[in-house]
Design a protein around this ligand. Structure first.
Ligand code: NAP
Length: 296
């Protein structure tokens, strides 16, 4: 079985972006600049944002972290986004989700300028994605495409089953895999909590993307021999024997599935790292597009 190691694949993207940033600096230009907004002190969100800020530093991007207490009013957050939208030195804006209950996530996403929507959640970005136009692909599905590309896994003509239909992972992933793109052209089945015969569907799949958030949900008896398995799930499961008191589990039962799959992503160390790589590629593209130097 081929281990789809996110450390290896994300390192390749890191290197590419580091070189591109170095070239910009050599030409006397400023580096790309990502602004991240973090509301509250949710442990997982803190970890994700810290990972993004660290990645920026490693590849030479500028980053700004804006922090608010979870009691912040919606208007204050929207005003800040308006300010970042206007700031010409900022190329990409990300607001770490989830947000506290008093704030509408939809309103916040809508308020980000589509030119700086490096998370790819804005309705304009999503509409362009559906139409197969150049856009910001949401970071996690983009990271999965980069992973498929790095390991050169053929997808054309295959049957892909995506479990989960969220706006940030499952639905865009299903659209991309069915799109007329290099790592697309699959026949896609999109499953969710109302899917009746899930195991029957996954057993027929050449590719399974599990994004449901149920630790070790997909077992070996649910997959076909030789399938490619992408595990998006990240759940903290209490474990008093672990140094932090919890362990990170994916949606795939790694041990049993690794004996049957042809390729499998680990958790941690798989899709999570590629998500950051996807975000950073989007930030470079935002920078280049804003300077009217659109490249692929
Ligand atoms: P979400 O918004 O909670 O969506 C979960 C989806 O799974 C929903 O569509 C739900 O169906 C479906 N589902 C739940 N239980 C199911 C079941 N028993 N059978 C079939 N479908 C079921 O989650 P998300 O934001 O997409 O995230 C999914 C997982 O990925 C989470 O563990 C999250 O932490 C992780 N994640 C990882 C990354 C990364 O970088 N690796 C990025 C984002 C998210 P309904 O629509 O019918 O409710």
């Amino acid at each position: 079985m081929l281990l789809l190691d996110g450390k290896v694949a994300s390192q390749a993207v890191k290197k590419e972006l580091m070189i591109a940033t170095g070239e910009l600096i050599d030409q006397g230009k400023r580096p790309p600049h990502l602004a991240a907004v973090l509301v509250g002190n949710n442990g997982a969100s803190e970890t994700y944002v810290a990972g993004k800020v660290k990645f920026c530093a490693e590849i030479g991007y500028q980053s700004t972290l804006v922090r608010y207490a979870d009691t912040i009013e919606e208007k204050e957050l929207l005003d800040k986004i308006a300010e970042l939208n206007k700031d010409d030195t900022v190329d990409g804006i990300l607001v770490q989700l989830p947000l506290p209950k008093q704030i509408s996530e939809a309103k916040v996403i809508d308020s980000i300028s589509p030119d700086k929507d490096v998370d790819g959640f804005h309705p304009v970005s999503v509409g362009r994605l559906v139409q197969g136009l150049d856009t910001f692909i949401p970071a996690t599905p983009f990271g999965i495409l980069l992973m498929l590309e790095h390991f050169n896994l053929e997808t054309k003509g295959k049957h892909a089953v995506v479990i989960g239909r969220s706006n940030i992972v499952g639905r865009p992933m299903s659209i991309l895999l069915s799109s007329h793109i290099k790592y697309g052209n699959c026949t896609v089945t999109l499953c969710h909590s109302h899917t009746k015969n899930l195991a029957e569907l996954t057993q027929q799949a050449d590719i399974v993307v599990a994004a449901l958030g149920r630790p070790e949900f997909v077992k070996a008896n649910m997959i076909k021999e030789g399938a490619i398995i992408i595990d998006v799930g990240i759940t903290r499961v209490d474990d008093i024997s672990a140094p932090k008191g919890y362990r990170i589990k994916g949606d795939i039962d790694f041990k049993s599935v690794s004996e049957k799959a042809s390729a499998l992503t680990p958790v941690p160390g798989g899709v999570g790292l590629m998500t950051i790589a996807g975000l950073m590629k989007n930030t470079m593209n935002a920078y280049l597009r804003r300077q009217e130097q659109v490249i692929d």
